[in-house]
Design a protein around this ligand. Structure first.
Ligand SMILES: C[S@@+](CC[C@H](N)C(=O)[O-])C[C@H]1O[C@@H](n2cnc3c(N)ncnc32)[C@H](O)[C@@H]1O
Length: 216
């Protein structure tokens, strides 16, 4: 919901969660439906998972995973506070095999969101450390991590299913180039839509999202 003034009371009581408008781009492309099986693969601290739960009116099977134990704990608390209890929260590192996720996949997911770890260049206006921390080599390193995560979760996507890949990076190496490589190596995947936000054009954080559909 877009508001013109901060709902301080609701914030203090923990009834709402503040997100930048760029967050919604990936969830719009994902377009989840009630009754579907949805995997939010890099989910902590749960901002997009909560949005997805709202989109499906809390009527879907959502698995929300993340590698970091501390962030998984924060996500559990956030999702409970926001009444998004339909999400099953699991700690999982996609670069290692996780048997429990494969079990809960039970025939695969209809929609998968990969909100990948990235260089964060789209949120540099708020996170000033980013410009001092980043080196040129980071973009290539990030690309390999992002592709490894997509490859792992693709195995869990049903034929006919949708995968949305998103970042809060402005870098082609982490966005279009990742999508190009994944589509090139996966003939069953088709790029259906791609969206950007840019801080200097849109007045909010930078983000990228691509929607891919699996044919078989
Ligand atoms: C951009 S953040 C996710 C933000 C979240 N989607 C939200 O809207 O609140 C990326 C997340 O990916 C997680 N991550 C990084 N590498 C991972 C991996 N190999 N497996 C699972 N999660 C990973 C990080 O711990 C981090 O929480």
């Amino acid at each position: 919901m877009k508001v013109n003034s901060l709902p301080s009371d609701a914030l203090e009581r923990g009834h709402c969660y503040v997100q930048d408008p760029s967050t919604t781009i990936a969830c719009q492309l994902l377009d989840p439906k009630s009754g579907e099986r949805i995997l939010d693969a890099c989910a902590a601290p749960g901002g997009k998972t909560a949005l997805i739960a709202e989109q499906v009116k809390n009527r879907a099977f959502i698995v929300a995973c993340d590698r970091e134990q501390r962030r998984v704990r924060a996500m559990r608390a956030n999702l409970q506070r926001l009444s998004a209890q339909i999400a099953l929260v699991e700690q999982c590192d996609w670069t290692r095999q996780s048997r429990s996720i494969l079990q809960s996949a039970n025939g695969g997911f209809d929609r998968v969101l990969v909100d990948a770890p990235c260089s964060n260049t789209g949120v540099m206006r708020r996170r000033v450390d980013v410009r001092w921390r980043l080196t040129l080599a980071d973009f290539g390193r990030m690309q390999e991590r992002q592709i490894a995560i997509i490859r792992a979760v693709l195995r869990l996507l049903k034929p006919g299913g949708v995968i949305v890949y998103s970042t809060c990076s402005l870098e082609p190496e982490e966005n279009e180039e990742v999508v190009r490589r994944i589509v090139a190596e996966t003939p069953a995947l088709r790029l259906e839509a791609q969206k950007h936000s840019l801080p200097f054009r849109d007045g909010f954080d930078g983000a990228f999202a691509a929607k891919l559909v699996r044919s078989t």
